[in-house]
Design a protein around this ligand. Structure first.
Ligand code: NAP
Length: 250
């Protein structure tokens, strides 16, 4: 069975670790180390950056890794490129697990934007006053540039000082439709700023926005490296099983 480095940070990565370990694979899940209390998972776990492409190359060699599955978040803009470069350098297979993006449906009031900077511009241009900001704590601070806007931010862990004046609710997903409708209504939200993460865990906020007629400034995903992409956990399991069968034949 190949020894797999699974770049994690998503629900899919946690599920995939369980599926691969159940198949008998040796799995090392790698976390960036940004969440203080990450969820438990099957297999081994390491935490913290590798030190760029060079550090990752060293790690792959030292740990005798046979394959890399990159199941980082669709908005992880750096790690996928590092994984692609490092796997190519040591000539081992790599695949990206990237869930499908959300698509607008009838009744949605989406304002599509290309990146965070464009979202900041759109908040002012659209005349937003009470904004539910769901972009993650690392990028929330950039919205301090918006004037006369009251922000509501949801986070897993306290984020004091990330965005001065913002109201913070501490919750870990998944969130239900009724909860989202209640949250948006209670806070008088007129605009949501969201990353197009895809998946089901945070999708109810979009259905809630549709029902309430709230605009959504939707930030497009960053570029991805070339190479094999699987959209769902089962596809990544198939990829791994094909790899294992090929390894057995050689
Ligand atoms: P990023 O910009 O792609 O990566 C920045 C640096 O963090 C990388 O160069 C790497 O450091 C380290 N890193 C990232 N993912 C890692 C992993 N799984 N294991 C070890 N090191 C990792 O990523 P990010 O946007 O900062 O996200 C960090 C983590 O949070 C990722 O694992 C991602 O899946 C998760 N996450 C991100 C978002 C988001 O919106 N960006 C949302 C939910 C979860 P070195 O160069 O030193 O190796």
């Amino acid at each position: 069975m190949p020894r797999v480095l699974l770049l994690a940070g998503t629900t899919e990565a946690t599920v995939l670790a369980g599926r691969l370990v159940a198949l008998g694979a040796e799995v090392i899940s790698s976390l960036a180390g940004v969440t203080r209390s990450p969820v438990g998972r099957a297999g081994l776990v390491r935490s913290g950056g590798f030190g760029g492409v060079e550090g990752l190359v060293r790690y792959l060699v030292e740990q005798s890794i046979d394959a890399v599955i990159d199941a980082t978040h669709p908005f992880a803009a750096v790690m996928p490129f590092h994984a692609a470069a490092a796997a190519a350098a040591v000539q081992i297979p790599r695949c990206r697990l990237l869930r499908p993006a959300w698509q607008p449906v009838e009744g949605d009031r989406w304002v599509p934007v290309t990146d965070i900077e464009a979202a900041i511009v759109a908040v002012s241009r659209e005349g937003a006053r009470r904004v539910f900001l769901t972009v993650g704590r690392q990028t929330a601070g950039a919205f301090a540039a918006c004037r006369d806007v009251q922000f509501l931010v949801r986070a897993i862990e306290p984020i004091a000082g990330v965005l001065a004046g913002a109201e913070v609710v501490l919750q870990r997903g998944p969130f239900g439709l009724e909860d989202e409708i209640a949250l948006l209504s209670t806070h008088g939200i007129d605009t949501i700023v969201a990353k197009n993460s895809g998946g089901t865990a945070t999708a109810p906020k979009l259905a809630a926005a549709r029902q309430l007629g709230i605009r959504v400034i939707m930030i497009d995903r960053p570029a991805q490296p070339a190479g094999p992409v699987t959209q769902f956990v089962e596809d990544a399991v198939d990829w791994f099983e094909r790899l294992s069968r090929a390894a057995l034949r050689t």
